[in-house]
Design a protein. Structure first.
Length: 140
């Protein structure tokens, strides 16, 4: 198991002239939405709202400045060794991006502001968690 210290919302700033990256570590054990899930509409809405609220709270607490354009990488760190498809994270990543936009990090979640979304499966983490990397996109 990883032995990383679970800091609430570390912000990483690159060297001068490079893009800034901010990392939001959503709480372990938060149930993830999956494209393969067969949810009742009320359960889907509840899970979506929980992920969105967690991302919003972490972004606000991290005091991430307003960014014009960003690239998002959502990394799910599963609690076990079962095989998972990274593309099934799209629903959870969308909910997290909605929370980041609601926190005012970007104006909106459309392509003018969120240039790409990458979903990955990371290393195991107790209870599992979603880690969202927000990287500022600079230049044209």
């Amino acid at each position: 198991m990883p032995s990383r210290a679970a800091s609430p919302v570390p912000a990483v700033v690159g060297p001068a002239g490079t893009a800034r990256t901010f990392v939001l570590e959503l709480p372990p054990g938060l149930k993830m939405l999956s494209l393969n899930g067969r949810y009742h509409w009320s359960e889907r809405n509840r899970l979506n709202a929980a992920i969105k609220k967690a991302a919003w709270a972490l972004a606000v607490n991290a005091k991430i400045p307003r960014l014009d354009r960003v690239s998002i990488m959502a990394v799910y760190e599963p609690p076990d060794r079962r095989n998972r498809d990274a593309d099934n994270l799209a629903m959870a990543a969308k909910a997290a991006i909605d929370g980041i936009a609601a926190a005012g990090v970007v104006e909106g979640d459309w392509s003018a502001h969120v240039t790409e979304v990458i979903c990955r499966i990371g290393e195991r983490y107790p209870k599992g968690r979603l880690v969202v990397h927000i990287t500022e996109v600079t230049g044209a």
